[in-house]
Design a protein around this ligand. Sequence first.
Ligand SMILES: [Zn+2]
Length: 358
Amino acid sequence: MYQLMKSVLIKSSALSLLGAGSAMAENLHYSDLMRRAFITSSSINPESEVAFRIASERQNQDIVSFCHKLGLSFKKNGWETDPCGRVKWQATMQSGDKNPLLFVTFGSGHETTLLLSGVHPDEQTPLPMGFRLARHLLEHPELIKADQQIVIAPLVNPDGFLRDKAQRTNGRGVDPNRNFFTLDWYEKSLATWQSARNKSLPHFPGHFPNSEIETIFQVRLIDEFQPDKILSIHAPLGFLDYDGPGDQKGGSLTVTETKARALAAAISKKSNNYRVVDYSFYPGSLGNFAGNERHIPTVTLELRTTDADRVDEYWEQFLPGMMQAISYPFKKEIEESRNTQKFYSHYDDFVLRSKDKS
Ligand SMILES: [Zn+2]
Protein backbone atom coordinates (compact mmCIF):
# COMPACT_ATOMS: atom_id res chain seq x y z
CA MET A 1 0.00 0.00 0.00
CA TYR A 2 2.77 2.40 0.97
CA GLN A 3 4.65 1.50 -2.20
CA LEU A 4 1.55 2.16 -4.26
CA MET A 5 0.93 5.55 -2.62
CA LYS A 6 4.56 6.48 -3.15
CA SER A 7 4.49 5.61 -6.80
CA VAL A 8 1.25 7.59 -7.33
CA LEU A 9 2.74 10.57 -5.55
CA ILE A 10 5.92 10.45 -7.54
CA LYS A 11 3.99 10.01 -10.71
CA SER A 12 1.67 12.95 -10.06
CA SER A 13 4.44 15.27 -8.98
CA ALA A 14 6.46 14.24 -11.99
CA LEU A 15 3.45 14.90 -14.17
CA SER A 16 2.86 18.33 -12.69
CA LEU A 17 6.51 19.19 -13.08
CA LEU A 18 6.46 18.05 -16.64
CA GLY A 19 3.26 20.02 -17.22
CA ALA A 20 4.64 23.20 -15.69
CA GLY A 21 7.94 22.70 -17.42
CA SER A 22 6.50 22.22 -20.86
CA ALA A 23 4.08 25.13 -20.47
CA MET A 24 6.94 27.36 -19.46
CA ALA A 25 9.13 26.13 -22.26
CA GLU A 26 6.32 26.64 -24.71
CA ASN A 27 5.74 30.17 -23.51
CA LEU A 28 9.35 31.16 -23.37
CA HIS A 29 10.99 29.28 -26.17
CA TYR A 30 9.24 26.85 -28.40
CA SER A 31 6.34 28.90 -29.64
CA ASP A 32 8.73 31.70 -30.47
CA LEU A 33 11.12 29.35 -32.18
CA MET A 34 8.32 27.82 -34.17
CA ARG A 35 6.97 31.20 -35.15
CA ARG A 36 10.38 32.33 -36.29
CA ALA A 37 11.17 29.12 -38.06
CA PHE A 38 7.95 28.62 -39.92
CA ILE A 39 6.36 32.00 -40.40
CA THR A 40 8.64 34.99 -40.05
CA SER A 41 11.69 33.51 -41.66
CA SER A 42 10.44 31.16 -44.30
CA SER A 43 9.89 32.03 -47.91
CA ILE A 44 6.29 32.37 -48.96
CA ASN A 45 5.33 29.21 -50.79
CA PRO A 46 2.20 28.40 -52.76
CA GLU A 47 0.49 27.05 -49.64
CA SER A 48 1.29 29.93 -47.29
CA GLU A 49 0.54 32.46 -50.00
CA VAL A 50 -3.13 31.57 -49.57
CA ALA A 51 -3.10 33.51 -46.28
CA PHE A 52 -2.44 36.70 -48.27
CA ARG A 53 -5.28 36.27 -50.75
CA ILE A 54 -8.38 38.46 -50.59
CA ALA A 55 -11.59 36.49 -51.05
CA SER A 56 -13.19 37.55 -54.34
CA GLU A 57 -16.41 38.73 -52.67
CA ARG A 58 -14.39 41.04 -50.40
CA GLN A 59 -12.11 42.58 -53.00
CA ASN A 60 -14.24 45.56 -54.03
CA GLN A 61 -15.13 46.52 -50.48
CA ASP A 62 -11.51 46.24 -49.34
CA ILE A 63 -10.30 48.39 -52.24
CA VAL A 64 -12.88 51.10 -51.45
CA SER A 65 -11.92 51.33 -47.77
CA PHE A 66 -8.20 51.20 -48.61
CA CYS A 67 -8.60 54.05 -51.12
CA HIS A 68 -10.38 56.09 -48.46
CA LYS A 69 -7.52 55.51 -46.02
CA LEU A 70 -4.98 56.43 -48.72
CA GLY A 71 -6.85 59.65 -49.41
CA LEU A 72 -6.37 60.74 -45.80
CA SER A 73 -2.61 60.06 -45.99
CA PHE A 74 -2.32 61.82 -49.35
CA LYS A 75 -4.10 64.83 -47.87
CA LYS A 76 -1.56 65.00 -45.04
CA ASN A 77 1.18 65.26 -47.67
CA GLY A 78 -0.66 68.03 -49.49
CA TRP A 79 -1.53 65.78 -52.47
CA GLU A 80 -4.87 64.90 -54.07
CA THR A 81 -7.42 63.50 -51.61
CA ASP A 82 -8.79 60.86 -53.97
CA PRO A 83 -5.73 59.14 -55.45
CA CYS A 84 -7.69 56.11 -56.67
CA GLY A 85 -10.28 58.16 -58.59
CA ARG A 86 -12.61 56.11 -60.79
CA VAL A 87 -9.91 53.72 -61.91
CA LYS A 88 -10.99 50.07 -61.93
CA TRP A 89 -8.37 48.85 -59.46
CA GLN A 90 -7.90 45.18 -58.83
CA ALA A 91 -6.40 43.43 -55.82
CA THR A 92 -6.30 39.72 -55.23
CA MET A 93 -3.59 39.84 -52.56
CA GLN A 94 -3.10 41.84 -49.38
CA SER A 95 -0.10 42.85 -47.28
CA GLY A 96 0.71 41.71 -43.75
CA ASP A 97 -1.28 44.70 -42.42
CA LYS A 98 -4.18 43.63 -44.67
CA ASN A 99 -3.82 46.44 -47.18
CA PRO A 100 -4.79 45.45 -50.74
CA LEU A 101 -1.91 45.27 -53.23
CA LEU A 102 -3.42 47.34 -56.03
CA PHE A 103 -2.88 47.08 -59.74
CA VAL A 104 -4.74 48.03 -62.90
CA THR A 105 -4.34 47.26 -66.59
CA PHE A 106 -5.07 49.44 -69.62
CA GLY A 107 -5.21 48.17 -73.18
CA SER A 108 -5.03 44.59 -74.36
CA GLY A 109 -2.20 44.70 -76.88
CA HIS A 110 0.72 42.28 -77.01
CA GLU A 111 3.42 44.79 -76.00
CA THR A 112 3.22 45.04 -72.24
CA THR A 113 4.82 47.63 -69.96
CA LEU A 114 4.82 47.21 -66.18
CA LEU A 115 5.06 50.36 -64.06
CA LEU A 116 5.84 50.09 -60.34
CA SER A 117 5.88 52.86 -57.74
CA GLY A 118 5.70 53.12 -53.96
CA VAL A 119 8.21 50.30 -53.39
CA HIS A 120 10.10 52.45 -50.85
CA PRO A 121 7.43 54.73 -49.34
CA ASP A 122 9.89 56.93 -47.43
CA GLU A 123 10.85 58.16 -50.91
CA GLN A 124 7.69 60.24 -51.13
CA THR A 125 7.80 61.78 -54.59
CA PRO A 126 7.29 58.56 -56.60
CA LEU A 127 4.21 57.64 -54.59
CA PRO A 128 1.52 59.64 -56.41
CA MET A 129 3.03 58.94 -59.87
CA GLY A 130 1.44 55.54 -60.47
CA PHE A 131 -1.96 56.78 -59.25
CA ARG A 132 -1.75 59.91 -61.42
CA LEU A 133 -0.73 57.95 -64.48
CA ALA A 134 -3.65 55.53 -64.00
CA ARG A 135 -6.15 58.39 -63.67
CA HIS A 136 -4.58 60.12 -66.67
CA LEU A 137 -4.92 57.00 -68.83
CA LEU A 138 -8.52 56.54 -67.70
CA GLU A 139 -9.28 60.06 -68.92
CA HIS A 140 -7.28 59.62 -72.13
CA PRO A 141 -7.83 56.05 -73.34
CA GLU A 142 -6.70 57.16 -76.82
CA LEU A 143 -3.12 57.29 -75.48
CA ILE A 144 -2.95 53.49 -75.37
CA LYS A 145 -2.49 52.09 -78.88
CA ALA A 146 -4.05 48.84 -80.08
CA ASP A 147 -0.82 46.85 -79.72
CA GLN A 148 -0.07 48.11 -76.20
CA GLN A 149 -0.93 47.10 -72.69
CA ILE A 150 0.15 48.81 -69.46
CA VAL A 151 0.02 47.33 -65.98
CA ILE A 152 0.36 49.81 -63.10
CA ALA A 153 1.03 48.83 -59.48
CA PRO A 154 1.11 52.29 -57.84
CA LEU A 155 1.84 51.31 -54.24
CA VAL A 156 3.81 48.09 -53.98
CA ASN A 157 4.53 48.63 -50.26
CA PRO A 158 1.34 50.02 -48.63
CA ASP A 159 2.34 48.99 -45.09
CA GLY A 160 5.54 51.05 -45.32
CA PHE A 161 3.48 54.06 -46.42
CA LEU A 162 0.70 53.79 -43.86
CA ARG A 163 2.95 53.58 -40.78
CA ASP A 164 3.04 56.72 -38.58
CA LYS A 165 6.19 57.72 -40.40
CA ALA A 166 6.54 56.39 -43.95
CA GLN A 167 9.40 53.87 -44.13
CA ARG A 168 11.53 52.19 -46.76
CA THR A 169 10.88 48.65 -45.55
CA ASN A 170 7.61 46.76 -45.43
CA GLY A 171 5.64 46.13 -42.23
CA ARG A 172 8.13 43.45 -41.19
CA GLY A 173 11.27 45.51 -41.70
CA VAL A 174 12.30 43.94 -45.01
CA ASP A 175 13.32 45.94 -48.08
CA PRO A 176 11.01 44.71 -50.88
CA ASN A 177 13.70 45.61 -53.43
CA ARG A 178 16.28 43.26 -51.89
CA ASN A 179 14.07 40.22 -51.35
CA PHE A 180 13.76 38.86 -54.93
CA PHE A 181 15.07 35.35 -55.41
CA THR A 182 18.11 36.22 -57.54
CA LEU A 183 20.86 33.68 -58.16
CA ASP A 184 23.28 35.58 -55.91
CA TRP A 185 20.78 36.05 -53.05
CA TYR A 186 22.09 33.35 -50.70
CA GLU A 187 25.71 34.11 -51.39
CA LYS A 188 25.64 37.88 -51.23
CA SER A 189 22.52 39.57 -49.93
CA LEU A 190 23.07 39.36 -46.17
CA ALA A 191 26.77 40.17 -46.56
CA THR A 192 25.91 43.18 -48.73
CA TRP A 193 23.42 44.36 -46.14
CA GLN A 194 25.86 43.87 -43.25
CA SER A 195 28.67 45.71 -44.99
CA ALA A 196 26.36 48.71 -45.45
CA ARG A 197 24.83 48.49 -41.98
CA ASN A 198 26.36 51.67 -40.67
CA LYS A 199 24.54 53.63 -43.31
CA SER A 200 21.20 54.83 -42.08
CA LEU A 201 18.97 53.23 -44.74
CA PRO A 202 17.44 49.91 -43.76
CA HIS A 203 18.05 47.54 -46.66
CA PHE A 204 17.43 44.29 -44.79
CA PRO A 205 16.88 41.66 -47.52
CA GLY A 206 14.88 39.28 -45.29
CA HIS A 207 15.97 35.99 -43.77
CA PHE A 208 15.11 34.23 -47.02
CA PRO A 209 14.41 35.36 -50.58
CA ASN A 210 10.72 35.67 -51.50
CA SER A 211 9.83 35.85 -47.80
CA GLU A 212 7.69 38.98 -48.32
CA ILE A 213 4.30 39.24 -49.94
CA GLU A 214 5.30 42.52 -51.63
CA THR A 215 8.03 40.58 -53.46
CA ILE A 216 5.63 37.81 -54.41
CA PHE A 217 3.18 40.44 -55.65
CA GLN A 218 5.78 41.89 -58.05
CA VAL A 219 6.89 38.43 -59.17
CA ARG A 220 3.28 37.50 -59.88
CA LEU A 221 2.76 40.62 -61.97
CA ILE A 222 5.86 39.75 -64.01
CA ASP A 223 4.77 36.13 -64.14
CA GLU A 224 1.23 36.74 -65.28
CA PHE A 225 1.68 39.70 -67.61
CA GLN A 226 5.11 38.80 -69.02
CA PRO A 227 6.04 42.47 -69.50
CA ASP A 228 8.30 43.43 -72.41
CA LYS A 229 9.72 46.27 -70.31
CA ILE A 230 9.48 47.56 -66.75
CA LEU A 231 9.62 51.11 -65.40
CA SER A 232 10.13 51.43 -61.66
CA ILE A 233 10.03 54.85 -59.97
CA HIS A 234 12.22 55.72 -56.99
CA ALA A 235 13.99 58.77 -55.48
CA PRO A 236 16.24 60.75 -54.77
CA LEU A 237 19.28 59.76 -56.89
CA GLY A 238 18.28 61.95 -59.83
CA PHE A 239 18.95 59.74 -62.84
CA LEU A 240 17.62 56.99 -65.10
CA ASP A 241 19.24 53.63 -64.52
CA TYR A 242 18.93 50.77 -66.95
CA ASP A 243 19.16 47.08 -66.04
CA GLY A 244 18.69 44.38 -68.61
CA PRO A 245 20.33 42.95 -71.67
CA GLY A 246 23.68 44.63 -72.24
CA ASP A 247 23.81 46.36 -68.86
CA GLN A 248 27.36 46.96 -67.61
CA LYS A 249 28.75 45.41 -70.77
CA GLY A 250 31.30 47.16 -72.92
CA GLY A 251 32.06 46.36 -76.55
CA SER A 252 29.60 45.06 -79.08
CA LEU A 253 25.94 44.67 -78.22
CA THR A 254 23.33 42.41 -79.78
CA VAL A 255 20.31 43.89 -81.56
CA THR A 256 18.12 43.38 -78.47
CA GLU A 257 20.74 44.94 -76.19
CA THR A 258 21.08 47.96 -78.43
CA LYS A 259 17.29 48.35 -78.61
CA ALA A 260 16.98 48.00 -74.84
CA ARG A 261 19.54 50.73 -74.21
CA ALA A 262 17.81 52.92 -76.77
CA LEU A 263 14.65 52.60 -74.66
CA ALA A 264 16.40 54.23 -71.68
CA ALA A 265 17.77 56.95 -73.98
CA ALA A 266 14.30 57.59 -75.43
CA ILE A 267 12.77 58.00 -71.97
CA SER A 268 15.58 60.39 -71.07
CA LYS A 269 15.05 62.46 -74.20
CA LYS A 270 11.35 62.93 -73.38
CA SER A 271 12.31 63.95 -69.82
CA ASN A 272 14.48 66.99 -70.66
CA ASN A 273 17.49 64.77 -71.34
CA TYR A 274 17.44 63.38 -67.82
CA ARG A 275 20.79 61.89 -66.91
CA VAL A 276 21.22 58.16 -67.71
CA VAL A 277 23.59 56.33 -65.39
CA ASP A 278 24.79 52.74 -65.47
CA TYR A 279 24.25 52.01 -61.80
CA SER A 280 25.00 48.56 -60.44
CA PHE A 281 22.24 46.27 -59.27
CA TYR A 282 22.03 44.50 -55.93
CA PRO A 283 21.41 40.94 -54.77
CA GLY A 284 17.66 40.51 -54.53
CA SER A 285 16.74 43.68 -56.43
CA LEU A 286 14.16 44.02 -59.19
CA GLY A 287 16.82 45.19 -61.67
CA ASN A 288 18.81 42.04 -60.97
CA PHE A 289 15.82 39.66 -60.98
CA ALA A 290 13.94 41.02 -63.98
CA GLY A 291 16.59 42.94 -65.92
CA ASN A 292 19.80 41.02 -65.38
CA GLU A 293 18.53 37.48 -64.99
CA ARG A 294 15.39 37.52 -67.14
CA HIS A 295 16.53 40.06 -69.72
CA ILE A 296 13.43 42.19 -69.38
CA PRO A 297 14.63 45.77 -69.95
CA THR A 298 14.11 47.39 -66.56
CA VAL A 299 14.48 51.14 -66.22
CA THR A 300 14.55 52.79 -62.82
CA LEU A 301 13.52 56.43 -62.80
CA GLU A 302 15.15 58.04 -59.77
CA LEU A 303 13.46 61.39 -59.09
CA ARG A 304 15.72 64.15 -57.76
CA THR A 305 14.30 64.58 -54.26
CA THR A 306 11.89 62.97 -51.83
CA ASP A 307 10.29 66.34 -51.11
CA ALA A 308 6.49 65.84 -51.10
CA ASP A 309 5.97 69.43 -52.29
CA ARG A 310 7.68 68.73 -55.60
CA VAL A 311 5.29 66.03 -56.81
CA ASP A 312 3.44 68.36 -59.22
CA GLU A 313 6.70 69.51 -60.76
CA TYR A 314 7.93 65.92 -61.27
CA TRP A 315 4.59 64.82 -62.65
CA GLU A 316 4.81 67.55 -65.34
CA GLN A 317 8.43 66.74 -66.10
CA PHE A 318 8.14 62.96 -66.30
CA LEU A 319 4.69 62.33 -67.78
CA PRO A 320 6.15 62.46 -71.34
CA GLY A 321 8.93 60.08 -70.28
CA MET A 322 6.45 57.65 -68.72
CA MET A 323 4.33 57.77 -71.89
CA GLN A 324 7.46 57.14 -73.92
CA ALA A 325 8.20 54.08 -71.78
CA ILE A 326 4.73 52.77 -72.63
CA SER A 327 4.69 53.60 -76.33
CA TYR A 328 8.30 52.78 -77.21
CA PRO A 329 8.01 49.82 -79.59
CA PHE A 330 9.84 47.08 -77.84
CA LYS A 331 8.75 43.50 -78.09
CA LYS A 332 11.44 41.53 -76.39
CA GLU A 333 13.15 39.14 -78.75
CA ILE A 334 14.65 36.61 -76.43
CA GLU A 335 14.35 32.91 -76.42
CA GLU A 336 11.52 31.57 -74.29
CA SER A 337 13.85 29.75 -71.89
CA ARG A 338 15.50 33.03 -70.87
CA ASN A 339 12.11 34.53 -70.22
CA THR A 340 10.45 34.80 -66.82
CA GLN A 341 10.33 31.46 -65.12
CA LYS A 342 6.82 30.72 -64.02
CA PHE A 343 6.81 30.93 -60.24
CA TYR A 344 3.28 30.45 -59.05
CA SER A 345 0.80 30.96 -61.84
CA HIS A 346 0.79 27.33 -62.85
CA TYR A 347 0.98 25.94 -59.36
CA ASP A 348 -2.59 24.67 -59.35
CA ASP A 349 -1.91 22.71 -62.53
CA PHE A 350 1.21 21.34 -60.91
CA VAL A 351 -0.74 20.09 -57.88
CA LEU A 352 -3.25 18.39 -60.13
CA ARG A 353 -0.53 16.72 -62.15
CA SER A 354 1.31 15.41 -59.12
CA LYS A 355 -1.94 14.04 -57.70
CA ASP A 356 -2.57 12.24 -60.97
CA LYS A 357 0.71 10.42 -60.60
CA SER A 358 0.17 9.08 -57.10
ZN1 LIG B 1 14.08 53.29 -53.69
